[in-house]
Design a protein around this ligand. Structure first.
Ligand SMILES: *Cc1c(COP(=O)(O)O)cnc(C)c1O
Length: 229
């Protein structure tokens, strides 16, 4: 990439970020919050490692990836830099330990076998319980009836710090009903463990509404990178 196109890319990214931050400021203000109360995770799946470097230059510190191989490769190329990697995709139990080695947070904990693989006596990793808002078990996430046992299992397992709940709104339709379910689920989790108050919710298409429903972690891809937006 030539110097000029790199410079214009940075300008583009800076503009994208400014626009997103402004929209977050406004949505947060509507619920009496500030942007600093909300963690913006830049989702960089299928984007080159250089994009992560550029975003770090622009002050972004949290990144999201959903595939282990891709995330591991990028992290090996970014070893000199200070960033937090959030794993947001479905996670096979046999890959869990490898993901744990480079991830700061795993947003997709949805079953006991995964908790077993992720627990450790050596280090602590932050986790979210992913809840399934659809009737389709393929979509990932724990079903409502299995929520409490999973939460209790996480709390009993060494090396896991439970932050809260994570969800992906089903495609199509109004996300509000789904978001309301997430709020109820978060309350159920906090009854067991009051510190687990974080809510990882909100993507490019619905982050402002997610903020109104209490999202503390936004996972934003296309609206930052400009891909297919
Ligand atoms: C890709 C992805 C996102 C980001 O989606 P955008 O619509 O690009 O903002 C967020 N969460 C998960 C789980 C994803 O896989």
């Amino acid at each position: 990439m030539t110097l000029t196109s790199q410079t214009s890319l940075n300008k583009f990214l800076r503009n994208q970020l400014e626009t997103v931050y402004e929209r977050i400021d406004q949505a947060a203000a509507r619920v009496g919050k500030q942007r600093k109360d909300i963690t913006v995770i830049a989702v960089t799946k299928s984007e080159p490692t250089q994009l992560i470097r550029d975003l770090i230059d622009l002050g972004v510190s949290d990144f999201g990836e959903n595939r282990h191989q891709e995330a591991a490769l990028k992290m090996s190329e970014l070893i000199d830099l200070d960033l937090r990697m959030h794993f947001i995709g479905q996670l096979q139990s046999k890959k869990a330990k490898q993901v744990r080695a480079y991830a700061h947070t795993i947003h997709s904990v949805d079953r006991l076998s995964l908790v077993r693989e992720l627990s450790s006596n050596e280090s602590v990793i932050e986790v979210f319980v992913q809840i399934n808002l659809t009737n389709n078990p393929q979509r990932g996430g724990v079903s409502f009836e299995h929520l409490e046992p999973l939460v209790e299992n996480i709390l009993e397992s060494p090396g896991l710090k439970l932050r809260g709940v994570m969800a992906v709104a089903p495609l199509g339709g109004d996300p509000k009903e789904s978001f309301q379910q997430v709020v109820y689920t978060s309350e159920r989790v906090q009854k067991i463990y009051s510190e687990a108050s974080a809510i990882s919710l909100g993507m490019s298409a619905d982050f402002e509404q997610a903020i109104e429903y209490g999202a503390t972690h936004l996972r934003l891809g296309r609206i930052i990178t400009g891909q297919n937006a």
